[in-house]
Design a protein around this ligand. Sequence first.
Ligand code: 6MZ
Length: 368
Amino acid sequence: MTIIAGPAARALASLSPSQVRFIRRLPKAELHAHLNGSIPLAILQELAQSYSPPSADGQIGVSNDTVQAGLEKLRNGVTIEAIGDFFGLFPAIYALTSTPEAIARATRGVLDAFFQVDDGDEEPECTYLELRTTPRSTETMSREVYLRTVLSVTSSYSHSLPPLPESIAHGSTRRRISVIASLDRRMSVEVMEEIVDIAIRLKDEGLGLAGVDLCGDPNKGNVEEWKHIFEKARIGGLGITLHIAETLENSPEETLKLLSYKPDRLGHATFLDEEARKIVMENQTCIEICLTSNLLCKTATDLDSHHIRHWLKQQHPLAICTDDILPFRNSLTAEYALLFAKQPLGLGLTEDEVRTIAEMSLDSRFLD
Ligand code: 6MZ
């Protein structure tokens, strides 16, 4: 059961039952969801019951107290003063998902949140999901085992769902769930290279590995070092999405450098200047918009001044996404409610406008 609160919940509560039904029935793709940020709290609590901090070989584990304090924060609702605070939530979550069994359990929990049909709902949260995750190596698994574990769960879950209708599949695979391997800006170049090599190999095995992402604390890392890594990913047939210009501190030079990697999609793209906007527009690069995430991380002041307004005017390809449903307490339906609800609770878009955005999300997925 997903907890929904905050701006998206208020927008959802303002809609009539038939408007909510309209959103639920819309075929749509969730293209920007981080696995470890999307685990239902109940699943983390379940994993915490069997957690014991690794202590072998002098390795310093995350203590039980730290894990409990992290869960307590997530239970009570997280207040984020600045985006940097947000990344402090993950050590406790990572401690609980550091074995193949735990990451498999967590993945199933995330997929249930997106695909299980609750009482009273006719349709799942989304029609198609690209779930992204950062492969970690731990005491009990390598990065390859991490990715294979996630892919084995997503693949069998996808097969258990009715396939995508041909009208949406556009002649491509009728798979409902794909995986994106995330490269964290805090990683070394060697580790990023290792992950891209693994990702290309797994893609070729046909398990539904569709692309790579650049994520992590936007104020860390050096964009001058990564171009060849994304070039290799592209040549290897992987889709590319990049978190870009997520904060005001990301310089225009950095943004232009990232655009030179020729991404297929962009995450957030909140602080693009005129030059960057022109490039994005010329290339018609889809922007993954995460409204609640931006509001709660305070990278957007309110919906009215949110950069989505600019892109809507240009009829630019967009995908509405949740980012991390665990700390942000949102859902894909509630994010769409932010489009649909009347101002000031939402953007006040019409049914046709919302439908067009949902279609854009499906058109922007990484195809096999
Ligand atoms: C940048 C984010 C993010 O990959 O371990 N992540 N990176 N901006 C965001 N917006 C607020 N939200 C999540 O999922 C968790 C990881 O995703 C990235 C962070 O690096 C976080 O550690 P996975 O499954």
